[in-house]
Ligand binder design. Structure first.
Ligand code: SF4
Length: 348
């Protein structure tokens, strides 16, 4: 388990010692309660460095990786430093554990507009079409779905579902921009699949990530010029998340999930990189990969992720308050939500 001393040392050159010192008492109490309560602290890539650093390296990552760690942990308590749908997924996968989050108000602009009723509505509009739901969704939406997917396996899942259900029409929820990006790739593969996502030939409200939707292709071109990152360069690259608009994906040198972007930076031994994603990710990667220059020309933060604070984490561990911090999922919904996740795993 990471100690306060290891934690403080890990920030050398990235987070000011003054900031660490100012929060020392809170951080020491978090570590003490973590040990007393046999808790594991999971940290999403978009957490600020001082919160990300509370987690062991093996417990940091994107929503899929956090779900996998949560499913396998033997700890009694899971503290999920991310947003509420991630904590729900941990509970779905490991119902015997107590799942805590610093703020149950930490929502998500992408997940919030589509709930179980919207899934039922679009099923009525497209009878017989299977529903594939992105892992960034609430438990009640997963419970109404046929398959879940992640940004890393979405194409494979959609193509599998078409074969299994014998239909070219596949419903994809809840991300409109990711749906558009997937359709571009499916068309390039001449798959013949018509992907129905919110806002395309249906009455559902469009949903997208309020962080990634802000990037434009012109922003990326400007970054290339200002920071000397040519398109198709060898050791310099612009990377974009799947949830960005299609022209941004086209302008980037690589697109993928946050874990895939991290892998790309490492595998290609980049010397300079710009990440079109939540700004804290570059801060966290800068700490892990000091040899890479991450262009930090970014002011795009997720207000939902920012609801997770050191004080909130401490309060969650101290009180375990059911209204403020403990995340539970109705058992009927949990069992039905688990099925599409297991189907995804079975074909991955
Ligand atoms: S970064 Fe986007 S997808 Fe992630 S929680 Fe924030 S709004 Fe949702």
């Amino acid at each position: 388990m990471i100690s306060f001393e290891q934690y403080a040392k890990s920030f050398e050159g990235t987070v000011s010692a003054l900031d660490v010192a100012a929060n020392e008492e809170t951080i020491r109490q978090i570590f003490r309660l973590r040990d007393e309560k046999n808790a594991i602290i999971l940290g999403h890539n978009y957490m600020p460095p001082m919160i990300y650093g509370l987690s062991e390296e093996s417990a940091r990552g994107d929503s899929l990786l956090l779900a996998q760690v949560a499913a396998q942990t033997s700890s009694d308590v899971i503290v999920l430093n991310g947003v509420r749908f991630m904590a729900e997924t941990a509970k779905i996968l490991n119902p015997g554990k107590r799942v805590l989050i610093a703020s149950k108000q930490a929502g998500c602009s992408l997940a919030d507009p589509i709930r179980a009723n919207e899934v039922k509505q679009i099923r009525e509009e497209y009878p017989g079409a299977p529903v594939v739901t992105y892992i960034n969704s609430y438990a009640d939406v997963k419970a109404e779905s046929d398959y879940c997917c992640t940004s890393a396996n979405a194409l494979r899942v959609v193509r599998h579902v078409r074969e299994e259900f014998g239909t070219d029409t596949v419903i994809f929820l809840p991300d409109t921009l990711m749906g558009k990006n997937l359709q571009v790739e499916l068309d390039a593969l001449k798959s013949g699949i018509d992907l129905i996502y919110p806002g395309k030939k249906n009455t559902l409200m469009e949903g997208s990530c309020m962080v990634h939707e802000q990037f434009t292709a012109n922003d990326l071109k400007g970054i290339r010029q200002e920071y000397d990152i040519p398109k198709g360069g060898q050791r310099r690259a612009v990377l974009a998340h799947w949830e960005c608009p299609p022209d941004v994906i086209e302008e980037a040198d690589f697109h993928g999930s946050t874990t895939q972007m991290m892998g790309y930076v490492r595998e290609h031994k980049l010397e300079k990189a710009y990440l079109a994603t939540e700004c804290e990710m570059a801060a966290n990667l800068q700490q892990q990969l000091p040899c890479v220059e991450f262009v930090r020309a970014c002011l795009v933060f997720c207000p939902h992720m920012q609801q997770i604070t050191l004080k909130g984490i401490l309060h969650a561990l101290e009180t375990g308050d059911e209204d403020l911090h403990e995340v539970n999922v109705d058992e009927d919904i949990r069992v039905r939500a688990l099925a599409p996740i297991e189907r995804m795993i079975s074909i991955s």
